[in-house]
Design a protein around this ligand. Sequence first.
Ligand SMILES: [Zn+2]
Length: 384
Amino acid sequence: MSHPVALIYSDAYQGYRFSPDHPFNPIRLRWTYEMIEELGLLAPSELRGPEPASDEALLRVHTPSYLEEVRRLSSGGAVRESSLLYGLGTEDDPGFPGMHEAAALAVGGTLGAARAVASGDLVHAFNIGGGLHHAFAAQAAGFCIYNDIALAILALRDAGLKVAYIDIDVHHGDGVQEIFYRDPDVLTISFHESGRYLFPGTGGVEELGAGPGLGTSLNVPLEPFTDDASWLELFEAIVPPALRIFRPDALVTLHGCDGHVLDPLADMRLTTRFYWRTAARLHELAHEVAGGRWLGLGGGGYELLRVVPRAWSLVWAEMRGTPLPEETRVPTAFNRRHQPPGEAPLPDLVVDPQDLVPALDRQGEISGRNRATLARLRQISPLL
Ligand SMILES: [Zn+2]
């Protein structure tokens, strides 16, 4: 499977930084890039830098007054009462100098990749700095300022392509869902920890789309402490059949790795095997149903050093057609450079060992509840 692919990355992504102690830390992108390079997974021709998205592009998704407020805070304006209406100046999304430029660059990386996939210049692309699925038309949320995914989907739609968006980040892909909720040509599928326990609280099975788009939103809220086996069981029961019925011309996929057992913000018990397996399945499905057109994005992931670089190296290796064997070791130099003194040793295998996460006594009950969610979805979704 040899065809043009690109990894979108530049050190300029380091500018997307809310504050020194904010959990959304772009250093994870640098470390991912380093690991990919040191694993020998990056030919010079495969690396592309992002170009900032223009105002014209941003205004296809966002309102002029929202853009104005982002720019005002970006150039040093103070937070005021009305900033909060736009979700800005909050704990999750405080303003910071250069915010507009940093966000426009992350978004532009995804948009450029989407245009290249739409034109056939690239078959697959992976923007590790993209995946800002919580941003709404006039509101920042969940560390997301502009919605790169929505811009990318519109670029693919411009080329006449039907798009399926598959989100395996541990949080509900609420911004993307809302923007395309009434659109019959965009299918959104989000797997996430149930909104009863986790931000943003939405993403129940009954959210199926509206108007002409009824049936083209699918939500799979999962129980806390879900493991690889149960999540993969639902993924397999839902994604391939839904895609075969919907028949998209392109896949946009979000590989947020905050469902990993070591991630500090959520409660799931996944290992990097899950991101390895889902990348392989999405790759196969892209070729089976979508003419190979596949745009992958990063997303969440707050275990910056022990999880994100490994999870996304696995996704990228799969995408370029050189999937990593199970026994692949993290490059020694990487661990030597980054081992924090006095802490547990960094993982030495890219694919976590199967027994990393011992089964809980309650694992059967958790899987059972997830199966009940699947049964409910089968009753109400026209795609299953
Ligand atoms: Zn997330």
